[in-house]
Design a protein around this ligand. Structure first.
Ligand SMILES: NC(=O)c1ccc[n+]([C@@H]2O[C@H](COP(=O)([O-])OP(=O)(O)OC[C@H]3O[C@@H](n4cnc5c(N)ncnc54)[C@H](O)[C@@H]3O)[C@@H](O)[C@H]2O)c1
Ligand SMILES: O=C(O)[C@H](O)CO
Length: 341
């Protein structure tokens, strides 16, 4: 048991009446590093299926609960809170992003909301760089060529991509993951880093020689653009047709943030018309991307099924923080990571 789990585990014993334990609903199976803590301290139901519960079933399952542990695919809003009841104390999201939760509404009702930052920063930055390489170096076209048995010879004029070395990387949202991505690219490939952010980031300026620029300047000057903002009203669909037409024709656009920051029709046009070179996406809107989405068929669009935080270490640590947040909220104690509106 870690120091933090000792700190947050409510003091229930085996002898204690199970009915006195707080009641919680966990909306999907999560790593035992967190689930075991929750099961030891609460009366807990875990949604057993691979697919998320529908909003109605989610509300029904959570009804009467003191806490819920949610995923980014669960919509938590006023209707949910009304259905669940006024006893609800805490919503613990198994993610750093919390755009699936109406935090203002939760706060108004005295419900605390937790998230899981930091522990997935490196894993997600690695996927951002993987997408820069995959999209920039035509890995989808190369792989499909092999899988379809079309590989006939060494091709001097095919599968020609973009170098990272010495190029300019534009980071949109120089937060934790933005900085970690920029660091990999600056020290790994000697990339020049520019960024937009809500405020200056002196640590990125001094460590990476980065400079803060306007959004328009970032679009115009970047060879690679990597998005790391949270999804908020300001960032919703910020990559629209005007943004893509402001980019270089060799630009590689990478998004590991949220699909909602992109106007996907505009992205599809930019990729089809050669306005930009390629895109690498770990996130789309909706998820999964519909089977008939034209983005799925574009050879210069490399799409992953939202796996940024998908490492053993990150997911275990996320589970542990999410459990600690949930248990702390049930006890009315400060959460390890609490979000505010
Ligand atoms: N693909 C994945 O699996 C995965 C994993 C982790 C996080 N994420 C996403 O990445 C996001 C970032 O995570 P983080 O831990 O780095 O968060 P963070 O809060 O450290 O960074 C977000 C940054 O975006 C900036 N920002 C907000 N609005 C902006 C705007 N209009 N223009 C420019 N910058 C703006 C903020 O100031 C902040 O610096 C999360 O909110 C989540 O949506 C995805
Ligand atoms: O916000 C997050 O944490 C990711 O999207 C999933 O890990």
């Amino acid at each position: 048991m870690t120091a933090s789990s000792r700190q947050f585990a409510p003091h229930f014993t085996d002898q204690e009446d199970m009915h006195n334990r707080p009641k919680v609903f966990v909306t999907r199976n999560i790593p035992s590093a967190g689930l075991a803590k929750i099961q030891a301290a609460t009366t807990c139901e875990v949604w057993p299926e691979r697919m998320p519960p529908s909003p109605d079933v989610l509300a029904e399952k959570a009804s009467g609960c003191d806490g819920v542990l949610t995923l980014l695919s669960d919509r938590i809003d006023a209707d949910f809170f009304d259905a669940v009841g006024s006893q609800l104390k805490v919503v613990s999201n198994f993610a750093v992003g919390y755009n699936n939760i109406d935090v203002a509404e939760a706060t108004k009702r005295g419900i605390v909301v937790g998230n899981t930052p930091d522990v997935l920063t490196d894993a997600t930055a690695d996927i951002a760089v993987a997408l820069m390489l995959a999209a920039g170096r035509c890995l989808r076209e190369g792989l499909e060529n092999v899988v379809r048995k079309e590989w006939q010879t060494w091709e001097p004029m095919e599968f020609i991509g973009q170098d990272l070395s010495g190029k300019t990387l534009g980071i949109v949202g120089m937060g934790r993951i933005g900085h970690a991505t920029a660091k990999r690219c600056h020290f790994g490939w000697g990339m020049n880093v520019i960024y937009t952010s809500r405020s200056d980031k002196p640590e990125s300026d001094s460590e990476l020689g980065a400079s803060r620029v306007t959004f328009e300047q970032l679009l115009a000057d970047s060879d690679f653009i990597s998005v790391h903002t949270d999804l908020n009203p300001e960032t919703s669909k910020m990559f629209d047709s005007a943004a893509f037409s402001g980019m270089k024709s060799n630009a590689v656009f990478v998004n590991t943030a949220r699909g909602g920051v992109v106007d996907q029709d505009a992205l599809q046009k930019a990729l089809t018309n050669g306005e930009i070179f390629a895109a690498g996406l770990d996130v789309t809107e909706p998820e999964p991307l519909p089977d008939d989405s034209p983005l799925r068929d574009l050879p210069n669009c490399f799409i992953l099924p939202h796996i940024g935080s998908g490492t053993v270490k990150s997911r275990d640590a996320m589970a542990e923080i999410a459990a600690d947040n949930l248990l702390a909220g049930l006890e009315g104690k400060p959460l390890r990571h609490q979000v505010t509106a």
